[in-house]
Design a protein around this ligand. Structure first.
Ligand code: NAD
Length: 304
């Protein structure tokens, strides 16, 4: 479903409290401010606050200041502990939010944590959506993110004007936590694809084949993928500048394995991908792009 298929317009003078102005949150908050919302942002770090002001938003000096009186509150935080602290913790969002507020969490976290947040929100009359995104920093800057949403249909429709401003496609995937479940599946496929492209490069080079010509062939056949399209040249050049950091993908594979255990399903490939990403961290590649799985496969084969 495209985000702008059935636009439902809201008054653009509404206040939005936006917490987490990092790589993703900063451009997203900027789009909302430029569209005319009164965006009041909070972050522990200075750069995101300054960028929000440059985009026409306002900085807050606390979570309370960002949230108070806002009919819409948004978070875009790194991982589960940050979301739990910011939303449920002392002095957090749910201490200051008013009943009826639409609360959208764009962070990628465990489905169970999103369900816990939704339950706490329900007790306060807050309308909660989990809405993790795919598309990376470039997708956030270009406002073309894919947004995977969990929650109820009326809240999804109420949030659609926000999704339209930051994304290109969005879908209600099911009840609370369903957006996170789809995001976990997304990260599993992305991680697995990187691992297999890395093995394909190592195999072709070891056989004395022109790996660039080989990957060009793969990209035109059944093995084609967005990863081959976007990343084959940088992988062949061993350029692992992030992008999406191994550390964040490690967090996402933790979500996959945790969800699989909870659902009582065996996912052998997920275990392999998680182990390779763990190995990348152990090799000091945590802050490198996830395409650095190529360096892990090379080190397994004695190539430093
Ligand atoms: P980031 O680390 O750049 O930004 C997170 C921001 O949250 C930081 O600015 C940090 O200072 C702030 N923060 C942390 N704790 C806080 C607190 N207690 N109070 C206020 N602010 C706090 O991370 P990011 O790359 O923007 O990713 C955010 C989420 O989006 C993650 O869950 C990530 O997995 C997901 N994601 C990232 C990408 C990507 O390409 N970077 C793509 C899709 C999804």
């Amino acid at each position: 479903m495209t985000c702008n298929s059935e636009p439902v317009r809201q008054s653009m003078t509404q206040k939005i409290g936006f917490i987490g102005l990092g790589i993703m949150g900063s451009p997203m908050a900027g789009h909302l401010a430029k569209a005319g919302y009164e965006v009041v942002g909070f972050d522990l770090a200075e750069p995101g606050l300054a960028k929000l002001e440059a985009a026409g938003g306002r900085r807050a000096s606390s979570i309370a200041e960002a949230v108070e009186g806002a009919p819409i509150v948004i978070t875009m935080l790194p991982a589960d502990p940050h979301v739990e602290a910011v939303v449920l913790g002392e002095g957090g969002v749910f201490e200051h939010i008013k009943p009826g507020t639409l609360f959208i969490d764009f962070s990628s976290i465990k489905p169970g944590t999103s369900q816990k947040v939704a339950k706490a929100g329900e007790a306060k009359g807050v309308r909660v959506l989990d809405a993790p995104v795919s598309g990376g920093e470039k997708g956030a800057i270009d406002a073309v993110l894919s947004i995977m949403v969990g929650g109820n249909a009326a809240d999804f429709e109420a949030a659609r004007p926000i999704f339209e401003l930051v994304g290109k496609t969005c879908a209600l995937c099911g009840p609370h936590g369903a957006g996170q479940a789809v995001k976990a599946a997304n990260q599993l496929v992305v991680g697995g694809t990187y691992a297999l492209v890395a093995e394909a490069i190592v195999l072709m080079e070891a056989l004395g084949v022109d790996a660039k010509a080989g990957l060009d062939m793969l990209a035109g056949g059944l093995a084609a993928s967005r990863i081959l399209d976007l990343k084959r040249d940088s992988m062949l050049a061993r350029d692992f500048k992030p992008g999406f950091r191994i550390d964040l993908h490690h967090k996402d594979m933790g979500t996959v394995l945790d969800a699989a255990r909870q659902a009582d399903v065996a996912l052998p490939m997920s275990l392999q991908v998680a182990a390779l990403i763990q190995a990348a961290r152990a090799q000091g590649l945590g802050d490198r792009d996830h395409s650095a799985l190529l360096a892990v496969i090379e080190s397994l084969n004695g190539k430093a």
